[in-house]
Design a protein around this ligand. Structure first.
Ligand code: NDP
Ligand code: 8X3
Length: 272
């Protein structure tokens, strides 16, 4: 299977948003390790220093078969997203796989105490940013294959988009919006060969909770206490698996839990 996947990914250009950390970073490495012979990776996020470091590490580990282009991009900035494709160098312009991964949660406040800035940032990043990036890349995917279209759009949702929980009013709503947009898009593109793929993780230990608690590492650690969360590599494997299927196979919907999790709020915690 690994050899077939590698063959199918050969020569592709993969664009990953939110590649500076967590799931996005792991996805960059997983693509590179799966197809080290010939692949182009466009890595985007706001922290360009991180992206440059990841690009260096990928090149050191896997050699010249992987071309990595780190680009600073704030996906919540509509103007940056709008002008993004035009600024890509010619050899990276034709994106084959878009991994819409950038996203964040801020706070655990409940209505009516949710900070307006947090509401705006979550929707601008998780929803509007994802939609606008998709709209920026889609036209070139639609032109391929004699007008039949080709390419993969992989949207990272969440269990939170399926099951709203207390203290997640805005984040859950944003991920429900991603789920709804993803399903509309798959239906809208049904006459094309573009695959619309959804990967919904449960609990994954990344910088996600540190961001949620505004940098408070102790509060973030408490989220995972007594649990064995998924690693970002676990999600990256699912993403690359989906992109590496035979062209006629669409991994439309995926939900990944760690073994102790059965819903957004049902976790078994070990007390030692
Ligand atoms: P991390 O915080 O580790 O990574 C988030 C990534 O998103 C970073 O690379 C960050 O880069 C990027 N990002 C955030 N805001 C922006 C922005 N405005 N513009 C561009 N990039 C941005 O968290 P995860 O890896 O866990 O999160 C990745 C995705 O997975 C998110 O969509 C999240 O909602 C989803 N998810 C996470 C789960 C978890 O338990 N961890 C579970 C389910 C879903 P930078 O700060 O450099 O811009
Ligand atoms: C992240 C999972 O349940 O912590 O999307 O919100 S959850």
């Amino acid at each position: 299977m690994a050899a077939a996947m590698s063959m199918r990914l050969q020569g592709k250009t993969i664009l990953i948003t939110g590649a500076s950390s967590g799931i996005g970073r792991s996805t960059a490495f997983e693509f590179a390790r799966t197809c080290p012979q010939n692949l182009k990776l466009i890595l985007t996020a706001r922290r360009i220093d991180r992206l440059e470091q990841i690009a260096t590490e990928i090149t050191q580990e896997l050699g010249p078969g992987i071309k990595v282009l780190p680009i600073q991009l704030d996906i919540s900035n509509a103007e940056e997203v709008r002008t993004f494709v035009d600024k890509l160098p010619a050899e990276f312009k034709e994106v084959d796989v878009l991994v819409n991964n950038a996203g964040l949660v801020r706070g655990v406040a409940r209505a009516p105490d949710i900070v307006e800035e947090d509401i705006n940032v979550m929707f601008a990043t998780n929803v509007t940013g994802l939609i606008q990036m998709t709209q920026a890349i889609l036209p070139s995917m639609l032109k391929r294959n004699n007008g039949d279209g080709a390419g993969d759009i992989i949207n990272i949702g969440s269990i939170a988009g399926r099951e709203p929980y207390v203290g997640g009013g805005i984040y859950c709503a944003s991920k429900a919006a991603v789920r709804s947009f993803t399903e509309s898009l798959r239906k809208e593109l049904i006459a094309t060969r573009i695959r619309v793929i959804s990967v919904d993780p449960g609990q994954v230990e990344t910088e996600f909770s540190v961001v949620r608690f505004y940098g408070d590492q102790n509060k973030a650690d408490a989220v995972y206490a007594g649990c064995e969360a998924l690693t970002p590599d676990d999600i990256a494997e699912a993403i690359v698996f989906a992109a590496g299927r035979r062209e006629n196979v669409v991994v439309a919907d995926t939900l990944l839990f760690p073994n102790h999790q059965a819903s957004a709020t049902i976790m078994h915690r070990k007390t030692s």
